[in-house]
Ligand binder design. Structure first.
Ligand SMILES: [Zn+2]
Length: 224
């Protein structure tokens, strides 16, 4: 899995990438903050998370080899994924050196690139990345939003859940799908198949350009 988190505000970009990394190895897949994985992640001692840095101004071929290509050949120490968080300029040579690694990744290999924009990346690298555009500081992560909504519905706080529709409305179609996927995972995890069914139906309605507000509100009602 290779994801490029991209946005002008690098601190926000970093926040999103780290939250994603934490979630991937979380024992409840929610970045719970409670499990051993989350706790070691927060203390900066996670055994399967690696921060790749350039020894000079940029990440060069040697850095890529020593900090990514060689270590990814070894299975994770303890958790499901071995995660490489890669921030900073990467020389074209180093990107070329990484091509094969991200093209045929180990099943546990996760590469998270963090950047202000995509300009510094070779097209061959970009074509293998899921690009996540991170907007300004007020950006609400879709997965956080999904958790917020699930919690409101669970506590039968329907008015609050409906109020949250205001936050769903401005999402792009892509973000909306991501949000519904996050909900789907949450409810799938809880084996709440009525909710999963309602979410699937909502996705269908949206793909057919149906009434978004009606679809979401019906879904929230069914989930409650
Ligand atoms: Zn956790």
């Amino acid at each position: 899995m290779t994801i490029l988190f991209e946005g002008e505000d690098i601190a926000t970009v970093r926040k999103h990438a780290l939250s994603h990394a934490k979630k991937l190895n979380c024992e409840s897949e929610s970045a719970c903050g409670q499990c051993l994985s989350c706790r070691t992640f927060e203390s900066g001692n996670h055994p399967d998370t690696f921060f790749v840095k350039g020894t000079k101004a940029q990440i060069g071929v040697e850095d890529a080899r020593e900090q990514i290509i060689m270590p990814v050949a070894v299975k994770p120490f303890k958790y499901r994924y071995k995660i490489f968080i890669i921030e900073g300029n990467i020389t074209p040579q180093a990107q070329n050196a990484l091509l094969k690694t991200i093209e045929e990744p180990a099943p546990y290999g996760v590469f998270l690139f963090l950047a202000k924009n995509t300009f510094g990346f070779l097209p061959t690298i970009l074509s293998r990345c899921i690009v996540k555009k991170i907007r300004g500081g007020d950006f609400v992560a879709v997965s956080t939003l999904a958790e917020e909504i699930a919690a409101s519905v669970k506590n039968a706080d329907i008015p609050k859940a409906f109020g949250l529709y205001k936050k769903i409305e401005p999402l792009s179609k892509e973000e909306l799908n991501e949000f519904l996927d996050a909900l789907y995972v949450l409810y799938g995890h809880q084996r709440n198949f009525d909710a999963v069914d309602a979410i699937t139906k909502t996705k269908q309605i949206i793909s057919q350009n149906g009434n978004l507000q009606l679809a979401i509100e019906l879904m929230l009602l069914k989930m409650a």
